[in-house]
Design a protein around this ligand. Structure first.
Ligand code: C2E
Ligand code: CA
Ligand code: CA
Length: 466
């Protein structure tokens, strides 16, 4: 029989304690490294742009703000767009397009060097902040630099990138970074469709645009509550029967103090501040309510399309939210078409493809709006199935003096029919255009030739009388 002395017991207790401590330390180390790895992963998602491997917009804002606070130098903040990027994407494919974006990122590094920071925001849109000494010299150097950028397409081919740039010379380092970026953005948006490299500098003449935007931002929520947003509908006409087979809902802001405000003025702002998602759901709800009322009165009902901002595609509850609205009014999904502009698909992810497929499975029609205006029209059709393709008005305008434009429309119509999609042509204003589109095989038209957008109640009367 073994007997333990007091000293043995103490030794055993020490060993157990040591073992527990070792176990605890190893668990702690494993946990610590795992956490560190996860934090790094999270940081990557939050702060790194997957295409260039550099900063994304979030990180840029953080670093740029710190830079301005810690430094007393003079800074310029700018944004750069590649004007001809969509041709590169369409002609050489998305993979090559991504490589061009990464190359462009390196070129911006050459401009900024160690004197600031830079990032890709989205698609072909970059931003930077850089120290400068003399405005004229800085603009001269930047202009020379931007007009000589080439990107490698493959081992042998290069393509010249045509860029535009909006600049804001920082006056007060304590100004909010978002305000400074807004100013650079206004400067770039004010560049006309020039085909060459161009730099536009923000100055006070743009201040009224900022003031107007601020006024709209302050009043938008109350305006929605007070029913200042009105739904207009523009009829869509079947080209074979010449009957109204649907309509597109278009929002208007009729403010008692500011008057009639067209969507072109407030939609881009709402896209930026996110309020557009509420407007879109409001419009959808008004349309559902109206369809439900007409169905209960046994009146003729047509499918109405509603414009949907690309911001919805980042919301995992988007499809559920839409379903909730149509269930609330108990209307079949077939009466609703969701229009998403081509620019909603700048990045095509599995999540986005999933959303479109889910909507279509639920019975909604999904259309691709402004087809041909974005930078990657054909790639989108390759990856996502739609029900309707809406040809951008610019193609139609171009047909007036150009047979090639008519041939392009014809090819788009044939291709859409090949993949079982209907074609709507927008902005039809003349009889000649109607005749041409009939000849080219277009299915549906929409435009002032038949009817302008009208208040919802007027559209109902129009439907009843046609
Ligand atoms: P869109 O979706 O491309 O809408 C067509 C625009 O073309 C409308 O401008 C319409 O009034 C106009 N239009 C229709 N027929 C003709 C024509 O024959 N000639 C000409 N020159 N124009 C015609 P609107 O109503 O000013 O809307 C502008 C844009 O605002 C829309 O372009 C759409 O992108 C956006 N939008 C309007 N309502 C909403 C909305 O509820 N939600 C979202 N997300 N966007 C909206
Ligand atoms: Ca539309
Ligand atoms: Ca359109």
């Amino acid at each position: 029989m073994t007997s333990f002395e007091g000293g043995d017991l103490v030794k055993i207790s020490y060993s157990v304690l040591l073992l527990t401590l070792c176990l605890f330390v190893s668990f702690f180390l494993v946990f610590f490294f795992k956490m560190k790895k996860q934090i790094r992963l999270l940081e990557n998602i939050l702060y790194v742009d997957p295409i260039t491997g550099g900063y994304n917009d979030n990180k840029f804002r953080e670093v740029a703000s710190k830079l301005l606070k810690d430094s007393s130098g003079t800074y310029a903040i700018g944004c750069v767009n590649i004007n001809n990027f969509r041709y590169i994407n369409d002609m050489y494919g998305i993979e090559c397009g991504n490589k061009v974006l990464a190359d462009m990122f390196k070129k911006i590094n050459d401009i900024v060097q160690d004197e600031g920071c830079y990032a890709r925001v989205i698609a072909d849109h970059f931003e930077f902040i850089v120290k400068y000494f003399d405005r004229e010299t800085f603009i001269y150097v930047l202009k020379t630099y931007l007009s000589n950028i080439e990107a490698n397409i493959n081992d042998t081919d290069k393509v010249a990138l045509k860029c535009s740039c909006g600049l804001y010379f920082v006056e007060d380092n304590n100004e909010k970074i978002s305000h400074m970026l807004d100013k650079a953005d206004i400067a770039i948006k004010s560049i006309s469709e020039a085909n060459s490299s161009e730099i536009n500098v923000y100055d006070d003449k743009y201040a009224n645009v900022l003031a107007r935007n601020q006024k709209y931002t302050l009043s938008m929520e109350k305006a929605l509550k007070d029913n200042e947003f009105k739904v207009y509908v523009q009829p869509k006409i079947d080209l074979i029967t010449e009957k109204c087979i649907g309509g597109e809902a278009l929002v208007r802001w009729i403010s008692p103090s500011m008057g009639f405000i067209s969507p072109g003025e407030f939609i881009p702002l709402f896209e930026k501040n996110g309020f557009i998602t509420e407007i879109d759901m409001f419009v959808l709800e008004q349309i559902c309510k109206d369809i439900s009322k007409r169905l209960s009165e046994n009146k003729h009902v047509v499918t109405i399309s509603v414009n949907q901002s690309r911001l919805h595609l980042n919301n995992k509850y988007y499809v559920n939210n839409i379903e909730e609205i149509i269930n609330k009014y108990n209307i079949p999904a077939q009466y609703i078409e969701l229009e998403l502009t081509e620019n909603s698909f700048l990045d095509i992810t599995y999540e986005i493809i999933g959303i479109i497929n889910r909507l279509r499975r639920q019975g909604f029609s999904v259309s691709i709006d402004d087809f041909g205006s974005g930078y990657s029209s054909l790639n989108i059709l390759k990856d996502i199935s739609f029900d309707v393709l809406k040809i951008d008005q610019i193609f139609l305008n171009a047909t007036d003096n150009d047979d090639r434009s008519a041939s392009i429309i014809k090819s788009v119509i044939d291709m859409a029919h090949e993949i079982d999609e209907k074609v709507v042509c927008e902005g039809v204003e003349t009889k000649e255009q109607v005749e041409l589109l009939k000849k080219l095989g277009c299915d549906i038209v929409q435009g002032y030739y038949y009817a302008k957008p009208m208040p919802l109640e007027e559209f109902n009367a129009y439907l009843d009388s046609h």
